[in-house]
Each structure stands twice: as structure tokens, then as C-alpha cells.
Design a binder for this molecule. Structure first.
Ligand code: CP
Length: 304
């Protein structure tokens, strides 16, 4: 594992190793306080972020490393027209590892071709978000004890939601998974994922428009926001943005041991009253996201 660009860059053995290491870190965090003491992480974020950027930075700081980077490319020489290869070669001369988010699909992959140090895709356009997938898989494993034998509902913007695309790719490697894809017709999962991931791996899936019709079947409900920044016109966004609002009333229909996940940020799709429900696990998911990034940094740097 030199770079992490696509969730499939990690083998199942490497995934299990990351999960075990994450559990070790959670169990005895103090033992990991200095493992990256001479290492530097750069966070190059060409697109806004709260969780991914700060969790990477917090992860490196908790490992004893240091962090540099930008969250506004206009404050760097990108503003003067510097290319991705030149930026990466330069930053890669100063640091040991780079986490990069970019609005254009394929940019972290392109960067990795020129980078002297490991590049982690921290989200590229509507394409992939592999470290969110690590977070999601680890959360499911902690909550359910396994990632197999589950009915998982993915609800919201399945067209532009990169976390959904990455999660489907990765989860297709587990056994006895059934997916229920809940979205408005216009925001259905892209055809290439249906053909190249779901059908190719014989993953049973169902596409529906109403959450209420299927919520009682679900072990996991993965809510997502409608991705405003990927729409070509505002009218469509306004029409679709409140397609789903999870509230107490809808949850009455759900299983007692349902786990509600959300990559966040949330807009309107989960009412704040749901946060009090023991089935709401999205802030636990946020916390796990930092720990699994600690494990990922350790393994990519080969420091343990
Ligand atoms: N889940 C996620 O990618 O959140 P941010 O956009 O805040 O990083």
C-alpha cells in the first residue's frame, strides 16, 4: 500500500490489519503518542472540509507528528497557476505523507503519479472517498460485530455522493450483504456502479424512492445529504434537497437495533431530535474516523 486513492487499493488482509490496529489505538492511545514524532503530514484541501481535514490533522498530532497544509488553495501558488504535479513534487519534498481533497475526479490519482511520498485521496469530486469508507466499515464492524450478513439502506443523493460510491465498492467484498438504494429517480446510483460493482459481484440490490417502505428491513441506515455543490442548476437542488428527512415518526417503523450512520455534514436529512435516539451513531462514526486515520498513517509510513 503506497498510496490510498481507491477503496480497492486496500486488500481484505490490510483492511483487517487496519481494523485491529485501530482497536489497539483506541484501547491504549498513550502507547502511540510518539510513533510519528519525526514525521510531517500535509493536508492539501482544494475543497471545504471539517471532518476529513481535522481528523487527519488530529490523527497526526496524536501520533506525535506535525502538520502543514492549506484549506484555501487561493492562499498558495495554485492561485498563480501552478499545476498539480509541480505542487505535489514541491510539497512532497517537505513532508512524509499527503492527504489531498480536490473537486475534480481523478486529481489525487494524478498527484500520486508525481509524488515522492504516499498520497491519500481525501475525496475527489463525486468519485471516491476511501478514508470515509474505512471509517464507515470500522463503525459497522464495531456496532454489529461483523460487516457480513447485513441489510444496508443507502439513502439520499446516491448519484453525486462519493462516500456512497466508495462504500458500495468496498462492501461488495463482504458476504451476504443486501443493499437497498433509496433515492429520487434523478439521484440514483450511477450506472457504472450498478454494472461494474453490484451486478459483477452478484450483490442483491433494490432501488426504491420511499424510505418508509423499507426502513423496517434495515440493519444499517446510511443517510446522505443532497450534494449542492455538484448540481448544475439551483432549481434542481431546491426541488430535491428535502427529499428525505429522517425523524422520530419514521424511526418508529425501524428495528430496535438499527444503526443510523451519516458521513456528515448533515443539512436537513436527519432531524436534530434523532440525535437523542440510541440508534443514532453518526457522532461515534466521526470519532472512529480519527482513530482509523491514525492507523492508516502508521501503516502508510511503515513506522510500526
Ligand atoms: N465526511 C466528510 O467528508 O466530511 P467533511 O466534508 O467535513 O470532510
Amino acid at each position: 500500500m503506497k498510496h490510498l486513492i481507491d477503496p480497492m487499493d486496500i486488500t481484505m488482509e490490510e483492511l483487517e490489519d487496519l481494523f485491529r490496529l485501530t482497536e489497539e489505538i483506541i484501547g491504549s492511545e498513550d502507547d502511540f503518542n510518539y510513533v510519528c514524532s519525526n514525521k510531517i503530514l500535509a493536508t492539501l484541501f482544494y475543497e471545504p472540509s471539517t471532518r476529513t481535514k481535522f481528523s487527519f490533522e488530529a490523527a497526526m498530532l496524536r501520533l506525535g507528528g506535525r502538520v502543514i497544509g492549506f484549506s484555501d488553495p487561493d492562499s498558495s501558488s495554485v492561485m498563480k497557476g501552478e499545476s498539480i504535479p509541480d505542487t505535489i513534487r514541491t510539497v512532497g519534498s517537505y513532508v512524509d505523507i499527503i492527504a489531498m481533497r480536490h473537486p475534480k475526479e481523478g486529481s489525487p490519482k494524478y498527484a500520486s503519479l508525481y509524488s515522492p511520498v504516499p498520497v491519500i485521496n481525501a475525496g475527489d469530486g463525486g468519485h471516491q472517498h476511501p478514508t470515509q469508507t474505512l471509517t464507515d466499515l470500522f463503525t459497522i464492524r464495531q456496532l454489529k460485530g461483523q460487516i457480513s450478513n447485513l441489510t444496508i439502506g443507502l439513502c439520499g443523493d446516491l448519484k453525486f455522493g462519493r462516500t456512497v460510491h466508495s462504500l458500495i465498492k468496498s462492501i461488495s467484498r463482504y458476504t451476504n450483504i443486501k443493499l437497498i438504494l433509496i433515492s429520487p429517480h434523478e439521484l440514483q446510483i450511477p450506472q457504472y456502479i450498478k454494472m461494474e460493482v453490484l451486478r459483477k459481484n452478484n450483490i442483491p440490490f433494490l432501488e426504491v424512492e420511499r424510505l418508509e417502505d423499507v426502513i423496517d428491513e434495515l440493519d444499517i441506515l446510511y443517510m446522505t445529504r443532497v450534494q449542492k455543490e455538484r448540481f448544475f442548476n439551483e432549481e434542481d437542488y431546491i426541488r430535491l434537497k428535502d427529499s428525505y428527512v429522517l425523524n422520530k415518526e419514521k424511526l418508529r417503523l425501524a428495528k430496535e437495533d438499527l444503526a443510523i450512520l451519516h458521513p456528515l455534514p448533515r443539512v436537513n436529512e436527519i432531524g436534530y431530535e434523532v440525535d437523542e435516539d440510541p440508534r443514532a451513531c453518526y457522532f461515534q462514526q466521526v470519532r472512529y474516523g480519527m482513530y482509523i486515520r491514525m492507523a492508516l498513517i502508521i501503516r502508510l509510513l511503515g513506522v510500526m
